[in-house]
Ligand binder design. Structure first.
Ligand code: OOG
Ligand code: MG
Length: 254
């Protein structure tokens, strides 16, 4: 385990990279730290954001697609936190200048309707969600050239930078639905099956992860289940995610 002052200084480095919109080299290039250390850096990073007045409004999973796990050589999902400062309203425009080198991913979101009891072995996570929606996630690694290790990306709050949620629908199965992500200059198509076989499996992975990491899940929070296709560069103009049967969500970069 790394010392508390190193945890703080690594968190500070990532926080500065985000606020100054300037990338930083991989932490793993110069420091040896394990996955527990990485989550501790992430927690310290979030503490800084909360101290500035941001509110934690949800969680996101990453590496829920087999392709992405294989690419990183890992077999576990990663978890990051969403804050109110990252939220972009459906249909809203936003400035690209606040990001370093943003990419966008098509996702499915769930909404928690009650606090989740992490200590009750009988907790039924599916009964803790009351709505689902198409979503866009903006990832913006604070690392130079998006080059990072597994522990790096966890420390960097799993590249979380922005998100938008489309209209909420009652919860139902969205297994194997067509997903289309469109930016002004590229398109990527896939299926919700890329999200751990079925996005509902992401909820179970989330509960498991939150139990292990003691990360609270509260009523009203949003859960991003993970990308359904490869990320695309986020560019100016309209970006849309469409999930068959669930609807679409749009943002406008300028
Ligand atoms: C890490 C974030 C991955 C997802 O949905 O798989 C992620 C990254 O690729 O920068 O959000
Ligand atoms: Mg994502």
């Amino acid at each position: 385990m790394i010392a508390a002052d190193l945890t703080g200084s690594l968190a500070q480095r990532l926080d500065t990279a985000q606020t100054a919109c300037a990338d930083t080299p991989s932490l793993a290039d110069s420091h040896a730290f394990d996955i527990d250390d990485a989550y501790a850096v992430q927690a310290a990073l979030l503490e800084r954001r909360v101290a500035r007045g941001e509110r934690i409004v949800g969680v996101k999973l990453g590496f829920t697609s087999k392709a992405k796990m294989a690419q990183m050589g890992v077999s576990d999902v990663i978890l990051g936190r969403l804050t109110d400062a990252m939220r972009i309203g459906d249909g809203d425009s936003f400035g690209l200048a606040r990001f370093i080198h943003p990419k966008v991913e098509p996702e499915v979101a769930y909404r928690l309707c009650r606090d989740v009891d992490l200590d009750d072995p009988l907790t039924d996570i599916e009964s803790c969600v009351d709505a689902m929606a198409p979503a866009l996630e903006i990832i913006d690694s604070r690392y130079r050239d998006f080059r990072f290790t597994y522990t790096d990306v966890v420390a960097d709050n799993t590249s979380a930078a922005g998100y938008a949620i489309g209209p909420w629908s009652p919860v139902g199965s969205v297994a194997n639905r067509a997903v289309r992500l469109r930016t002004a200059d590229a398109e990527s198509v896939g299926s919700t099956a890329a999200i751990l076989g079925d996005p509902v499996h992401a909820l179970h992975a989330l509960l498991d992860m939150c139990r292990r990491r003691r990360i609270p899940l509260r009523a009203g929070e949003v859960v991003l289940a993970g990308a359904a296709t490869a990320a695309l560069p986020l560019v100016a103009g309209v970006t849309e995610c469409d999930v068959a049967g669930l609807g679409s969500v749009t943002v406008r970069g300028r």
